[in-house]
Design a protein around this ligand. Structure first.
Ligand SMILES: *[C@@H]1O[C@H](CO)[C@@H](O)[C@H](O)[C@H]1NC(C)=O
Ligand SMILES: *[C@@H]1O[C@H](CO)[C@@H](O)[C@H](O)[C@H]1NC(C)=O
Ligand SMILES: *[C@@H]1O[C@H](CO)[C@@H](O)[C@H](O)[C@H]1NC(C)=O
Ligand SMILES: *[C@@H]1O[C@H](CO)[C@@H](O)[C@H](O)[C@H]1NC(C)=O
Ligand SMILES: *[C@@H]1O[C@H](CO)[C@@H](O)[C@H](O)[C@H]1NC(C)=O
Ligand SMILES: *[C@@H]1O[C@H](CO)[C@@H](O)[C@H](O)[C@H]1NC(C)=O
Ligand SMILES: *[C@@H]1O[C@H](CO)[C@@H](O)[C@H](O)[C@H]1NC(C)=O
Ligand SMILES: *[C@@H]1O[C@H](CO)[C@@H](O)[C@H](O)[C@H]1NC(C)=O
Ligand SMILES: *[C@@H]1O[C@H](CO)[C@@H](O)[C@H](O)[C@H]1NC(C)=O
Ligand SMILES: *[C@@H]1O[C@H](CO)[C@@H](O)[C@H](O)[C@H]1NC(C)=O
Ligand SMILES: *[C@@H]1O[C@H](CO)[C@@H](O)[C@H](O)[C@H]1NC(C)=O
Ligand SMILES: *[C@@H]1O[C@H](CO)[C@@H](O)[C@H](O)[C@H]1NC(C)=O
Length: 650
C-alpha cells in the first residue's frame, strides 16, 4: 500500500480558534465537501472519514481531529465490541517530527501487536500544533486480505474503538491499556453506499450508538446491560409519521431462580395497518438475558392479556397462533432499523396481539420487579414489503470442557429445504447472533450451486455483552431457492474445566442462533425456523407455527419425517468463489478463524470438503405422539410433507 501521497482536500484554516477552550468539533479544519461523514467520538476527538480510490484500491480514509496536542491517536475497527480490534495508530515518534502510521491488532483485550503486514498509509499530517490541535489523515484498504485487519464492507456496521494520550508515548502506553482516554462506538457504517466520491449527508452514515468503554471483559457467564443511546433511524420518507409503542412487562416480580422465562400477552394497535420500522430495548434491567417479541397471526386473540405467566421449558406454551418471531433483543444490542422499503406488519389485517417473552438470569435478584420490554417505532405509511425473521441455529450443542476453541457441528439449512420454501427471491437484511458466555465467533455461510459465496454475516471475535443487528454482507443479500445456509458457532470453554456444556436456556448452557431478518415474507411464507439437531441428521424446514401444530398433535418421541426419497449423505465439495474482496480469506475450513494469521493472503480457488448432511426434507419435533406421527410419516411418504401438514387441524 505504500504509494505517493496525494492530498486532494481543502484544509480550512479560517476557523482555527483560541486554544484550550474549544472541544473538538466536526468540520473545524476539514470540510464536509471532502468528508461527508464525521463522528463526534468524545469531547476531545472527532473522526472524519470517507471511501476513496487509491491506485484502484478502495480505501477507507480516516481523519481524526483532536483537541490538544496529542502524542498518539488510535482508531480501531472491530466486528463489534472490544475484542479482535484492528488498530491503526498514528504516533508522534519524537516531538516536532511528523506522524508515523502503524497497523496493530489485538485479539485478547491485551497488548496490541504490530501486524506483520502494514496496511495503514499516512496521507497527511497537517501541523496545527500552534492551534493546540492534532490532525492526521491516513488510509487503509476496505478489505486488505490480511486476517489481522477487519474488512469494511459496504453498508455493514463496524465498531470504532478510539484511544489517545497527550504526553505519554505509545510504546509505553500500549502495555497499559487502562492508562489513557478511550471509547467505543458500535453500529458505524464506515462505507455507506454512494459515499464514494459523492455528496452524502451525515445522516446516512453516522453512528447509531455510543457508549463508554467498558473495562476488560466481565466475568463470563454474567450478563450486564450497557444499553447505548437510541439509534438514529434513517431520515423518514416524506409524510411518514412515526409513532412509538412500548411493549413491556407490567411490573413483574421475577422469581428468585437462576433462570426463568416469563411471557405476557399484549394488545397492539388494531385500527389500521402499520409497519414497524425500528425497535430497541426499553427499560431493560441487568437481569435480562434476551427478549423475544412473538406476534399472533391475524385474527388470533390470545387468552389473558397483560398478566405475566411463566413460559419456559415445561411451562405454559405460547398461545396457539402466536409463535412468529418478529423482534429479538439481547443486552448490548443497538436498535434495529428496517431498510426503507420494508417493515414488520402490525395492526389491522396482521398482528394485533404480541407475546413478549423475557428470559431472566437472576442469580443475584432478590425481590426484583422488572418492567423490561421493547420500544417499537411504527408508521401507517405502509412500505412495499413486510419483513420476517428466519431462525437458523443448532439445538444439539455438546461443548467439551476446557476447549480453547471448539466449533460446534454446523447448522445446515439445506438446499432441499430452500428449494421448497423459497418461492421468490428473498432479500436478507440483518444477522443477529445469540450465544452465551462461552461464545467466541459466529458465521453464517451461503452456498449456491455448490460454491460458497460471500458469507451472510460473521463475527470473528464475539464480545459477550456487545451485540448488533449486523447488516448482511453486500454480495449475499439475496436468498434463492436451492441455496444452502450453514451457521457455525465457536466456543472457548477453558473456564469450564470439568463439565461439558450443552444446549439450553440456563446460564451455564450455550446457544447458537442467528435471527436473520428478511423481506418479503410472501417470498418465503412457510419457512421461519431452520434449526438443526445435527446428530440426528435433521433440520426443521417449516414455520414455528407449523411446528407448534405438530407439537399440539401430541407426544414425546423424536420423529424424523421424510417424503420417502432416500437421499445420500455424502461429501459436498464447496468451491469458494475467488473473491477479489478477499472476504473468504479463511475459507480453508468452514470454522471462523480467530487467531491472527499473518500468512493471510489466500491463493486461487479454495476447495472445502465438508460432510454436508444433505438429508433431503425432514420435519422434526421433540414432542409428537408416536402413532399420529407414524401416520403423518406414512402420509408424507405417499404424498409429500405439505400434504401431511395440511391434515393437521388448525
Ligand atoms: C491544549 O489542549 C489541551 C486539551 O484540551 C489542554 O489541556 C491544554 O491546556 C491546551 N494547551 C494550551 C497551551 O492551550
Ligand atoms: C494476546 O495476544 C498476543 C498475540 O496474539 C499474544 O502475544 C499475547 O501473549 C496475548 N496476551 C494474553 C494475555 O493472552
Ligand atoms: C453537497 O451537498 C450540500 C448540501 O446539500 C450542497 O450545499 C453542496 O452544493 C453539495 N455539493 C456537491 C458537490 O454536490
Ligand atoms: C454492570 O453495569 C454497572 C452499571 O453500568 C456497572 O457498575 C457494573 O460494574 C457492571 N458489571 C459488570 C460485571 O460489568
Ligand atoms: C420514538 O423513539 C425514538 C427512539 O427513542 C425517538 O428518537 C423518537 O423521538 C420517538 N418518537 C416519538 C414520536 O416519540
Ligand atoms: C445458581 O447460581 C449460583 C451461582 O452461579 C450457583 O452457585 C447455583 O448452584 C445455581 N443454582 C442452581 C439451582 O443452578
Ligand atoms: C382493538 O383494540 C381495542 C383497544 O385495545 C380493543 O378494545 C378491541 O377489542 C380490539 N379489537 C379487536 C378485534 O381485537
Ligand atoms: C480462551 O479463553 C482463555 C481464558 O479466558 C484464554 O486464555 C485463551 O486465550 C482463549 N483462547 C482463545 C483461542 O481465544
Ligand atoms: C441445487 O444445488 C445443487 C448443488 O448444491 C445442484 O447440484 C443442483 O443442480 C441445484 N438444483 C437446482 C434445481 O438448481
Ligand atoms: C447421521 O449421519 C451420519 C453420517 O452419515 C451417520 O453416521 C449417523 O449415523 C447419522 N445419525 C443418525 C441418528 O441417523
Ligand atoms: C409424555 O410422556 C409422559 C411420561 O411418559 C406422559 O406422562 C405424558 O402424558 C406424555 N405426553 C404426551 C403429550 O403424550
Ligand atoms: C421428495 O423430495 C425430494 C427433494 O425435495 C424430491 O426430489 C423427491 O422427488 C420427492 N419425492 C417424492 C416421492 O415426493
Amino acid at each position: 500500500m505504500a504509494r505517493p501521497l496525494r492530498v486532494g482536500l481543502a484544509i480550512l484554516l479560517a476557523l482555527a480558534s483560541s486554544t484550550g477552550v474549544n472541544a473538538a468539533k466536526c468540520y473545524q479544519y476539514l470540510s464536509q465537501q471532502d468528508y461527508p461523514t464525521c463522528l463526534q467520538l468524545d469531547s476531545n476527538l472527532v473522526l472524519h472519514y470517507r471511501t476513496v480510490m487509491d491506485d484502484g484500491v478502495e480505501t477507507l480514509e480516516l481523519a481524526p481531529d483532536g483537541d490538544g496536542y496529542m502524542s498518539w491517536v488510535s482508531i480501531g475497527i472491530s466486528d463489534v465490541g472490544m475484542n479482535g480490534v484492528d488498530m491503526n495508530v498514528i504516533i508522534r515518534a519524537t516531538e516536532g517530527y511528523n506522524w508515523i502510521a502503524a497497523d496493530y491488532f489485538t485479539a485478547n483485550y491485551s497488548m496490541p501487536m504490530l501486524d506483520m503486514e502494514q496496511n495503514a498509509v499516512l496521507v497527511a499530517s497537517p501541523d496545527f500544533d500552534k492551534d493546540n490541535h492534532t490532525l492526521a489523515i491516513w488510509r487503509r484498504p476496505l478489505d486488505s486480505c490480511d486476517a489481522e485487519d477487519v474488512p469494511v464492507f459496504r453498508d455493514v456496521e463496524r465498531t470504532i474503538i478510539w484511544a489517545y494520550n497527550y504526553r505519554s508515548i505509545w510504546d509505553t502506553d500500549k502495555f497499559y491499556l487502562s492508562h489513557y482516554t478511550r471509547g467505543v462506538m458500535t453500529g458505524v457504517r464506515l462505507s455507506p453506499s454512494g459515499l464514494l466520491s459523492s455528496n452524502v449527508t451525515t445522516a446516512s452514515g453516522g453512528a447509531v450508538s455510543v457508549s463508554s468503554l467498558r473495562p476488560p471483559p466481565a466475568p463470563r457467564g454474567r450478563w450486564n446491560v450497557s444499553m447505548p443511546p437510541a439509534p438514529a433511524p434513517p431520515p423518514p420518507a416524506p409524510a411518514e409519521v412515526r409513532m412509538n409503542l412500548t411493549v413491556a412487562m407490567p411490573a413483574f416480580a421475577v422469581p428468585q431462580l437462576n433462570s426463568s422465562v416469563a411471557c405476557v400477552n399484549l394488545a397492539l394497535p388494531n385500527d389500521t395497518a402499520y409497519h414497524v420500522v425500528a425497535y430497541q430495548g426499553f427499560n431493560t434491567s441487568s437481569y435480562v438475558h434476551h427478549i423475544v417479541g412473538y406476534v399472533c397471526a391475524a385474527g388470533v386473540v390470545p387468552p389473558t392479556l397483560n398478566t405475566p405467566y411463566m413460559c419456559g421449558p415445561g411451562q405454559t406454551v405460547l398461545p396457539v397462533g402466536c409463535e412468529t418471531v418478529n423482534y429479538v433483543w439481547t443486552p448490548g444490542a443497538n436498535g434495529f432499523t428496517a431498510p426503507p422499503q420494508a417493515g414488520f406488519a402490525m395492526g389491522a389485517g396482521s398482528a394485533t396481539f404480541l407475546v413478549l417473552q423475557v428470559h431472566y438470569l437472576n442469580v443475584f435478584a432478590v425481590g426484583q420487579v422488572d418492567s423490561s420490554g421493547l420500544k417499537l417505532t411504527y408508521t401507517s405509511t405502509l412500505r412495499n414489503n413486510s419483513m420476517g425473521v428466519l431462525t437458523l441455529g443448532n439445538t444439539d450443542l455438546r461443548i467439551p470442557a476446557a476447549a480453547d476453541f471448539y466449533t460446534a457441528l454446523p447448522n445446515i439449512c439445506p438446499a432441499s429445504c430452500t428449494s421448497k420454501r423459497v418461492v421468490a427471491p428473498v432479500t436478507l437484511v440483518s444477522n443477529f447472533y445469540m450465544m452465551n458466555g462461552l461464545g467466541v465467533s459466529a458465521l453464517t455461510r451461503h452456498i449456491r450451486n455448490g460454491s460458497a459465496i460471500q458469507p451472510v454475516g460473521r463475527i470473528n471475535y464475539w464480545d459477550y455483552g456487545y451485540n448488533l443487528y449486523q447488516t448482511v454482507f453486500p454480495n449475499s443479500r439475496t436468498l434463492l431457492a436451492n441455496d444452502t445456509l450453514i451457521s457455525l458457532c465457536s466456543y472457548n470453554s477453558t473456564s469450564r474445566t470439568r463439565a461439558m456444556t450443552f444446549y439450553g436456556l440456563r446460564p451455564t448452557d450455550e446457544l447458537c442462533f442467528n435471527y436473520l431478518t428478511f423481506y418479503p415474507v410472501s417470498a418465503m411464507p412457510d419457512l421461519d425456523y431452520c434449526v438443526a439437531d445435527t446428530r440426528k441428521n435433521i433440520t426443521t424446514c417449516a414455520t414455528r407455527t407449523q411446528l407448534a401444530r405438530m407439537t399440539a398433535v401430541g407426544a414425546n418421541d423424536t420423529v424424523q419425517l421424510q417424503n420417502g426419497t432416500k437421499m445420500a449423505v455424502g461429501t459436498l465439495t464447496i468451491a469458494a468463489y475467488k473473491s477479489n474482496e478477499c472476504q473468504l480469506h479463511d475459507a480453508v475450513d468452514v470454522t471462523a478463524k480467530r487467531k491472527p494469521n499473518t500468512k493471510a493472503a489466500v491463493s486461487s480457488i479454495i476447495v472445502v470438503p465438508l460432510v454436508l448432511l444433505s438429508i433431503g426434507f425432514f420435519l422434526w419435533t421433540k414432542y409428537s405422539k408416536q402413532e399420529e406421527m407414524e401416520a403423518l410419516l406414512a402420509k408424507a411418504r405417499e404424498q409429500g410433507l405439505d400434504a401431511a401438514l395440511a391434515e393437521i387441524p388448525e
